[in-house]
Design a protein around this ligand. Structure first.
Ligand SMILES: C[S@@+](CC[C@H](N)C(=O)[O-])C[C@H]1O[C@@H](n2cnc3c(N)ncnc32)[C@H](O)[C@@H]1O
Length: 249
């Protein structure tokens, strides 16, 4: 397997056919330290954003819901939803086998704990309209084609079902974009080198945000995929947002 630093990051990010080839080995590499990195570099805000997302889900979902957490990583949101909605059935899916292994280690065998599967969120092995709720934390930005993944989410969600997403978005202000992305680039490269001897391991975050859409464009993409966007919670001047969307009946 090539070292991450030997791959052409810009080319892999720009080409949907190549992006997954970079993204999955990168998340496999950083999986053991991913949660610590996220807490550190969001100055703890990640926890609050995830709490807000779960609060939105609880307000809109039936108590015994079938829930899919897309790009679940080590399972933060999946466990959070399962705790907040003890009668629900939660499945977390992620493309990274290492992330899924860590998620499964968090509470093996506990009744009511989520199930975890290695899977591609752009090709979900579920029938049409079979899921009540979808959550996704920093998921759609990391897929090769977020519009394709949105259409797949719309396919498996039942009409009237709710999807709540949290992610970083390309800030619309050029000045703020340069500051936020510059900070994430510098901090990510330093920590990537210190922790993994692979600057690009976290250096990837900044270009992935620069190459992504704004939170407003993401809302338009949700609408185009068959959702009604009912609420957007904007943070960091458009650098982060929680979208609450309901699938059209
Ligand atoms: C930034 S992490 C987010 C983890 C978790 N949701 C959280 O909020 O902490 C992004 C995750 O997206 C996953 N991912 C990337 N492409 C994917 C795909 N096509 N299908 C499913 N998961 C994918 C990665 O493996 C990684 O675990």
């Amino acid at each position: 397997m090539p070292r991450l630093r030997d791959l052409d990051l810009d080319r892999h990010l720009a080409d949907p056919a190549l992006k997954q080839e970079f993204v999955t080995p990168m998340f496999d590499l950083i999986a053991p330290r991913y949660d610590a990195f996220t807490r550190l570099f969001s100055y703890g805000m990640d926890r609050q954003w995830k709490r807000d997302l779960i609060r939105r889900v609880v307000a809109l979902a039936p108590p015994a819901a079938t829930v899919l957490d897309l790009a679940c990583g080590t399972g933060d949101l999946a466990f959070g939803v399962a705790r907040a909605m003890p009668h629900s059935h939660v499945t977390g899916l992620d493309a990274s086998p290492q992330m899924i292994a860590l998620a499964r280690e968090r509470k093996p065998g506990v009744v009511g704990a989520p199930e975890f599967v290695v899977a591609d969120m752009a090709a979900i092995v579920r029938p049409d309209s079979s899921v009540d709720v979808i959550t996704a934390g920093y998921g759609f930005r990391n897929t090769p084609d977020h519009r394709l993944a949105l259409r797949e989410a719309a396919r498996v969600l039942r009409p009237g079902g709710v999807m709540v997403t949290l992610d970083f978005y390309r800030p619309e202000s050029a000045l703020w974009r340069a500051l936020l992305i510059g900070y994430l680039r510098a901090a990510g490269n330093i920590v990537g080198w210190l922790w993994h001897r692979e600057p690009v391991a976290y250096g990837y975050i900044a270009p992935s945000i620069a190459a992504f859409v704004s939170y407003r464009t993401f809302a338009a993409d949700l609408s185009a995929a068959g959702f009604e966007v009912v609420y957007i919670d904007v943070h960091l001047f458009g650098g982060v947002a929680i979208h609450v969307a309901v699938k059209h009946s």
